[in-house]
Ligand binder design. Structure first.
Ligand SMILES: Cc1cc2nc3c(=O)[nH]c(=O)nc-3n(C[C@H](O)[C@H](O)[C@H](O)COP(=O)(O)OP(=O)(O)OC[C@H]3O[C@@H](n4cnc5c(N)ncnc54)[C@H](O)[C@@H]3O)c2cc1C
Length: 545
């Protein structure tokens, strides 16, 4: 490893866990590491009792039935449970800095995902409860075309036959679950995450800004076991375990455009270095009353959001090119994969032990860019008003940027007649990630090689690089283990659950652990409860001390 720019790793603190990436998935990991009561394992009744205890037990006066003694309430104790954590993020030293910048840039009012996908490990319904408690239910938006009447077995079979054997039904969600199929407003979601950050004491000092450049897992002379050596652009850190929560990867620039050689008038919608969607040049042309034409490439929700923003800012005409047809879906992932608890598609996915087969399922479930029916209606209205001109099944064949006019000339396949010159091109063409070509992972790939499929690592079930390398993954890079929703909020809590258990196992061997006279691990009531040791009812009792 090359020498550190500023910190000497020999004298540095060894963190139990370093999380790289402070997006929603990184937040879910940090919060889960500080949460003693893993929500996913509880039934609804147990969960309700635990949630009540964790929220109110310290504040409420409780009468102990056996002794009649009344335990008076005190203020909530700060949460101090868990391993030592450091979070590194290249975008800022706050959680969700990058997420917030995307949402501000595109002026997105509501999330696409339902209420039960969020990073808080304590309660599946925490976001829904937060919205209601804060009197902000009016900010929630119902997800259109999602919840319907319960469909009988026979009707389902008939529909399936009509669709030539496809198991995907038009309506998969039961009417009784309607309350869950709303989306939170962006600001409500952000406030909810802030509340989660403060509940788990994940605020001040936990995050340091830095771009991770290299991760090595080595044993220095005199050490008992290997450690992770992490080098960022400014410092060097040591950790016993590392979690990579890096997000969806780099923006895709489609051919014939050449990434890295684009003028300022061709930008990717999710380019995190640009805080505003519309450039100064484009805005000044609009202000001067010049006719403006913008080309947006891509058929997903972000292309519709970008088109909407361009029109609202005064762009004359928006041309929208998509290589397929306009797909309308409530979520990125097919509805039959989405549910609050468990679902059949996910079970089929978990049953397969062939990563290539899993990848095919992922591809089918995600199926390229799609937009919500609300966004498609808005787009169609713009098309009707001649503000947007949409060409489906069309790609860019040739491109030329003229310095003199600062405009683009484009030819398409199939050819579209009378295309104007474009003042700006926006790529809404998604992102890609490839574990094999990530510079930070090269030392690990060299010393502990693992296979990948289409850029996704073949992790073990704990989402670890290997049994003997406690480098864990969450988000899109964990997709081959978690399924098609891994890169969305859906995957955040599921990954956090798996990773936190595995981290606890690793740390048991390297930090102080309570043991009895025979060297057996001592469990407190909560740990015993969740690991199925001892009486489960003991875990539900309120301590009389
Ligand atoms: C406009 C938009 C809207 C979306 N809306 C939704 C939605 O409503 N619901 C939904 O489920 N999904 C949505 N998504 C998908 C969304 O990307 C994910 O749900 C979410 O961001 C995944 O969280 P994450 O933590 O994996 O990734 P991110 O939020 O991208 O966070 C990754 C973090 O890692 C950091 N990082 C990356 N590389 C390094 C490095 N080398 N060193 C240090 N730090 C690094 C980044 O700075 C970033 O902060 C949306 C995506 C976009 C672009």
């Amino acid at each position: 490893m090359s020498s550190s720019p500023s910190t000497n790793a020999d004298t540095a603190e060894i963190f139990d866990v370093i999380i790289v990436g402070a997006g929603p998935c990184g937040l879910a990991i940090a919060a889960r590491l500080r949460e003693r009561r893993p929500s996913a394992l509880f039934t609804d009744e147990e969960h309700a009792r635990y949630s009540w205890m964790s929220r109110h037990a310290n504040k409420a006066a409780i009468k102990i039935k056996r002794t009649g003694q009344v335990k008076t309430g005190s203020d909530c104790q700060p949460c101090q449970y868990g391993p030592s954590i450091l979070v590194l993020d290249e975008h800022g030293n706050d959680f969700l800095a990058k997420w917030k910048s995307f949402f501000r840039k595109l002026e997105i009012k509501n999330l696409r995902s339902p209420m039960f996908f969020h990073p808080d490990p304590s309660d599946r319904d925490a976001l829904l409860a937060f919205c209601h408690e804060a009197g902000r239910s009016h900010e929630m938006e119902e997800i259109v075309g999602c919840v319907g009447k319960e469909v009988s077995k026979h009707k389902k079979k008939r529909r399936m036959n009509q669709r030539g054997g496809s198991t995907k039904s038009a309506v998969e969600v039961d009417e009784r679950d309607r309350k869950d199929y709303f989306t939170p407003s962006s600001s409500c979601f952000e406030d909810f995450c802030e509340a989660c950050i403060s509940k788990y004491r994940l605020g001040d000092g936990l995050i340091q800004q830095g771009t991770v450049r290299e991760i090595e897992y080595t044993m220095a002379p005199g050490d008992e076991r290997p450690l992770f050596h992490i080098r960022t652009n400014t410092a060097q850190y040591l950790a016993r375990t590392v979690v990579l929560a890096l997000g969806p990867g780099e923006p895709i620039i489609p051919s014939p455009f050449v990434p890295g050689q684009l003028p300022a008038s061709a930008t990717h919608v999710t380019d995190a270095t640009l805080p505003k969607l519309l450039s100064k040049d484009l805005l000044s042309k609009i202000r001067c009353g010049k006719p403006t034409n913008v080309l947006i490439i891509g058929g997903g929700l972000t292309s519709a959001q970008a088109a909407d923003l361009c029109i609202r800012r005064g762009v004359g005409k928006v041309y929208l090119l998509m290589r397929g047809h306009l797909k309308v879906k409530p979520f990125d992932v097919d509805l039959c994969w989405m549910s609050k608890f468990r679902n059949q598609q996910q079970s089929v996915f978990y049953t397969s032990d062939d990563f290539a087969e899993r990848f095919e399922m992922i591809k089918e479930a995600r199926g390229g860019g799609s937009m919500t029916s609300r966004a498609s209606k808005l787009l169609k209205q713009y098309v009707q008003d001649s503000k947007v001109i949409m060409h489906t099944h069309t790609t860019v064949k040739t491109q030329c940027f003229e310095e003199s006019s600062q405009c683009w000339t484009i030819a398409t396949e199939p050819p579209v007649a009378d295309l104007p010159q474009f003042d700006h091109i926006f790529f809404a063409t998604g992102t890609k990630t490839d574990v094999e070509s990530m510079p930070m992972l090269q030392p690990l790939l060299a010393n502990h090689p693992i296979k990948s499929i289409a850029g996704l690592p073949t992790l073990n079930e704990d989402l670890a690089w290997a049994e003997d390398v406690p480098l864990f993954f969450t988000g899109k890079l964990a997709m081959l283990q978690l399924g098609p929703g891994a890169g969305n909020l859906e995957g955040a809590r599921i990954a956090a659950e798996r990773v936190s258990w595995a981290i606890e196992d690793v740390l048991k061997n390297s930090t102080d652990v309570k043991v009895d006279g025979e060297g057996q691990r001592l469990w407190d009531s909560d740990e015993g409860y969740v690991s199925g040791i001892g009486s489960k009812f003991a875990g539900l009792s309120v301590d009389s001390e």
